[in-house]
Design a protein around this ligand. Structure first.
Ligand code: SAT
Ligand code: MN
Length: 589
């Protein structure tokens, strides 16, 4: 008798009609074979899926050039499919499951003809963790099969774990013809199911990542009493060898990966890495908040990564521990066959091939590496990996940080008065769009808890869920907001950032230990000048005042915009969040 898993795979094969089916065991040997197939057989518009890079300088590294229209997440083609539109909320695109299923059936029909169907059994979370989830993804491209080996715990054991049960998260993925017109990423939260077609790009195609571990998982968390969050997870070791665990939410392009492996500028302090993108937060048996990273790898932005900005990532990329390492849409040094990107250490090479496979003209204003070019590398390569990373329980959280990029308005660090106000400060947070889109520089995109593209249900209910988690915690972690990006009147960054962000973490820990002084303001508690470690930094009191200044007019304007944003959630917006907004306005009047 076929198991529910076997039956499901058979049904998908009957629909997509692959040439053959390969059940992956997740071994290194298998990954080598699949990469070989990607080099020799599989092609995207005539280009092999993989190309071997210089193995002497970048061991186990391979290059992948994606379809040129397929270089980022496509939020407008991403849907939550549930019978009730209201439940899905204004923060998601909605499609009725009947319509979605019908549409997808047509698109998947025969989509794997002539191709291999890879069946990938994987766990999100440590297999011994009570919080882990068993999943199976089907895909038709070697790149996704190999990426999933890096990003998740993949292997036969998962099949044993699933056994005869139907309790596993299902993901059906096909690159189809890569056409944006036939590209859809559809989540069915009631069925723990994701359909993805038309894209091979990370967040669209590695279904364990944003699709399951955030969108579907946020839904599970809402029903089961936990939180799936877009957060980095670190341990900060103090000079007396105590380790404090901190979860930090930042929107894309705010340096979350750099933060997760920060090299401390303060002697005696050290940051241990647990995760750079996703954290699952559970209320432990002791009533504290516990967190784990369900992933096992980094899918990081290459441009800007260097020995200066993130030395530990450069070491991770040169580590031989775990096979393989993938580079997607970077440039390639033609003479040495090494990956290259803007911001990498050293001279710009003489002969570069750009991310579209064309010779790059030196001095050209076009980028050689795509701005969203990526590396995919195992977390086990990371020299700062925390000893607690594989602990099935996760780690106890002492503090939560909500961040964003705000060149004005928001001080470097602010402590919330309590959980409720902390949830409000996460809910109102936003980030400025970057200079990449010239017309929209400085535009604020509200991005509550950095979850706007990833919360799988009505965000008003999500705020309420956050509030209810706080009520259930015996000793809720302190909540902070952080902003590394404030500028002075000449547009110059006020704060050095990177390794110096440890000073902010130190103040946060001192607050957790009731050791540092803080000053009350309408938006929360800010550091007293003499309670914040600026030792060894040439940082003037004048700059400090600018970094922590709170401008009444700007905040009243901000409050108006927050109100406008909140409005869309109608009666799903919790009264307590409304009350927090009113209090903010009154305190400034
Ligand atoms: O969604 S991805 O994981 O591909 C990248 C991101 O964090 O936005
Ligand atoms: Mn992310």
């Amino acid at each position: 008798m076929a198991t529910p898993l076997e039956k499901w795979v058979e049904e998908q094969a009957a629909l997509t009609k692959p040439k053959k089916i390969h059940w992956c065991d997740g071994s290194e040997e298998e990954a080598r074979k699949i990469i070989e197939i990607g080099i020799k057989e599989e092609k995207i518009e005539g280009t092999p899926v993989f190309k071997e890079l210089n193995q002497n300088r970048w061991s186990s590294s391979y290059y992948h050039k994606s379809h040129p229209t397929d270089v980022a997440r496509t939020e407008h083609l991403t849907f939550i499919s549930h019978p009730d539109k209201d439940v899905v909320g204004p923060n998601n695109n909605w499609m009725h499951p009947d319509e979605a299923k019908q549409k997808m059936k047509k698109l998947f029909d025969g989509s794997m003809k002539g191709k291999t169907m890879y069946v990938l059994p994987y766990m999100m979370g440590h297999p011994d963790s009570p919080y882990a989830k068993a999943c199976v993804q089907i895909t038709d491209i070697s790149y996704v099969a190999v990426s999933m080996r890096i990003m998740t715990r993949m292997g036969k054991k998962v099949i044993e774990k699933i056994g005869n049960s139907d309790n596993f998260v299902k993901g059906l993925h096909s690159v189809g013809d890569f056409s944006p017109e036939r590209r859809f990423i559809i989540h069915y939260p009631e069925e723990n199911l994701v359909h993805s077609i038309g894209s091979g790009y990370g967040g669209n195609a590695l279904l364990g990542k944003k699709c399951f571990s955030l969108r579907i998982a946020s839904w599970l968390g809402f029903k089961e009493g936990w939180l799936a969050e877009h957060m980095a997870l670190i341990g900060v070791e103090t000079p007396d060898n105590k380790i404090y665990y901190i979860a930090a939410a930042f929107p894309s392009a705010c340096g979350k990966t750099n933060f997760s492996m920060l090299q401390s500028a303060l002697p005696g302090y050290k940051v241990w890495t647990i995760g750079d993108d996703i954290a699952w937060l559970n209320i432990g048996p002791d009533g504290r908040l516990w967190a784990l990273n369900p992933e096992t790898g980094f899918f990081g932005v290459a441009p800007g990564t260097s020995m200066k900005t993130n030395p530990n990532m450069m070491r991770t990329l040169k580590n031989k521990n775990f096979y393989p390492i993938l580079f997607t849409n970077t440039a390639i040094n033609i003479d040495t066959n090494e990956p290259w990107w803007e911001g990498l250490d050293g001279e710009i090479p003489e002969n570069l091939m750009d991310w579209q496979g064309k010779k790059w003209e030196k001095g050209s204003s076009a980028k050689a590496a795509h701005p969203n070019s990526r590396f995919t590398v195992s977390i086990y390569n990371c020299p700062t990996l925390s000893k607690e990373y594989d602990n099935p329980r996760g780690v106890p959280i002492s503090a939560i940080i909500f961040g964003g990029k705000r060149t004005k308005l928001l001080p470097l660090v602010v402590e919330a008065f309590d959980w409720e106000q902390g949830v409000f400060s996460g809910a109102r947070s936003g980030s400025e769009t970057t200079a990449a889109a010239a017309h929209s520089v400085g535009v604020i995109r509200r991005d509550p808890m950095a979850m706007l593209p990833f919360c799988g249900y009505n965000m008003g209910d999500y705020f309420a869920h956050w509030l209810s988690i706080g009520k259930k915690l015996k000793n809720p972690p302190k909540i902070f907001t952080a902003n590394w990006f404030r500028t002075d009147e000449n547009g110059k960054f006020l704060w050095p950032g990177f390794g110096d962000n440890i000073r902010v973490l130190k103040w946060i820990i001192d607050r957790v230990e009731n050791k540092a002084k803080a000053k009350q303001t309408p938006i929360g508690l800010i550091p007293e000048y003499d309670s914040f470690d600026l030792s060894g930094l040439n940082f003037t009191k004048e700059n400090w005042e600018k970094l922590f200044s709170i401008n009444r007019e700007e905040w009243l304007q901000e409050a108006k915009e927050i109100e406008k944003f909140f409005c869309q959630f109608g009666d799903h917006l919790p009264e307590k969040i409304k009350a927090q907004l009113n209090k903010l306005i009154n305190d400034f009047k």
